[in-house]
Design a binder for this molecule. Structure first.
Ligand code: AMP
Length: 287
């Protein structure tokens, strides 16, 4: 058994047109491959929702702002395809860079505000690359539903904004972050961690959870965030790019937990950049 693979827009459109003729609904799960349980949870959710599920594997050069990071990114197509068989995914779409960005390609999709802060401030061009490729994947697949992980919370909100602004008829569905038993959020980049770094890594999630609880109880914002950054560094992280509280829906800065919020972090552990986030709401809130 294997999952059929298509590599061109034309082949993809032919398969989807056949599904459409039989009245099937279609979901897409965009990924950069090196599939882990986080990705597979999205595929399972998509299979619950739609008749036909397309998983895309594309290491998108436009969203890498470091050539070294792009080169080092794991590429494991055969293993990825094997992982999708028992789930029952219907199609794997694996375009190469020339198929996605043929000679003369000149269009960029850019989402202001949401794309400029947090990761956007530290990774220039990253979210333009994300928005551009996700818009293309939505148009290429014509999917009714698209599944994204909360692990990349800023990306999720950026895609939601783009879909709204451009009237793209694809419903974005968010899935919770899948974690290791010690709390570390699953990520394709975790394989780069040395054993010593891997032992330190889960501290990021535990700092977030503790900080979210303190803020929800009304802890002072600036001092609590400063302590969280210090605790992350004390655990062995090399640098904290940001550790901030933002509004859940708009990702705007907040001065206290007076409405549903997200605590988001990006930090370097050795040469590996990890991101994570947790939700927090005022104590007593029903949200
Ligand atoms: P990536 O391949 O890292 O670009 O991720 C592809 C999709 O999988 C994105 O929607 C991510 O948010 C999602 N994803 C990555 N890691 C996790 C995780 N640990 N839990 C849930 N979703 C995830």
């Amino acid at each position: 058994m294997s999952v059929p693979i298509v590599r061109t827009v034309a082949e993809l459109r032919t398969v989807v047109a056949g599904w459409r003729r039989s009245g099937a609904s279609v979901a897409v799960v965009p990924t950069m491959g090196a599939l882990h349980e986080g990705h597979l949870s999205l595929v399972r959710a998509a299979l619950q929702q739609a008749d036909q599920v397309i998983v895309t594997l594309f290491v998108n050069p436009k969203q890498f702002n470091s050539a070294a990071d792009l080169t080092a990114y794991p590429r494991t197509e055969n293993q990825d395809a094997a992982k999708l068989v028992p789930l029952g995914a219907h199609l794997l779409y694996v375009p190469d860079a020339e198929e996605m960005y043929p000679a003369g390609f000149a269009t960029t999709v850019s989402v202001a505000a949401i794309g400029e802060s947090l990761c956007g401030a530290f990774r220039p061009g990253h979210f333009d690359g994300v928005a551009t490729v996700v818009a293309k994947l939505f148009l290429q697949t014509g999917a009714d539903f698209a599944f994204f992980g909360e692990k990349d919370f800023q990306q999720l909100q950026l895609v939601r904004r783009m879909v709204k602004d451009l009237d793209i008829p694809t419903t974005v569905v968010a899935c919770p972050t899948v974690r290791e038993v010690d709390g570390l959020a699953l990520s394709s980049r975790n394989v780069r961690l040395s054993p010593a770094e891997r032992a330190i890594a889960p501290k990021l999630a535990s700092v977030l959870v503790e900080t979210a609880e303190r803020l929800a109880r009304g802890g002072p914002l600036l001092a609590t965030l400063a302590e969280a950054r210090a605790a992350t560094l004390a655990a062995g992280y090399r640098e904290v790019e940001y550790l901030e509280l933002r509004g859940e829906a708009d990702l705007q800065p907040m001065t206290s937990v007076d409405r549903p919020a997200r605590l988001l972090v990006a930090a370097w552990l050795g040469d590996t950049r990890l991101i994570d986030n947790v939700t927090t709401s005022p104590i007593g809130s029903t949200n």
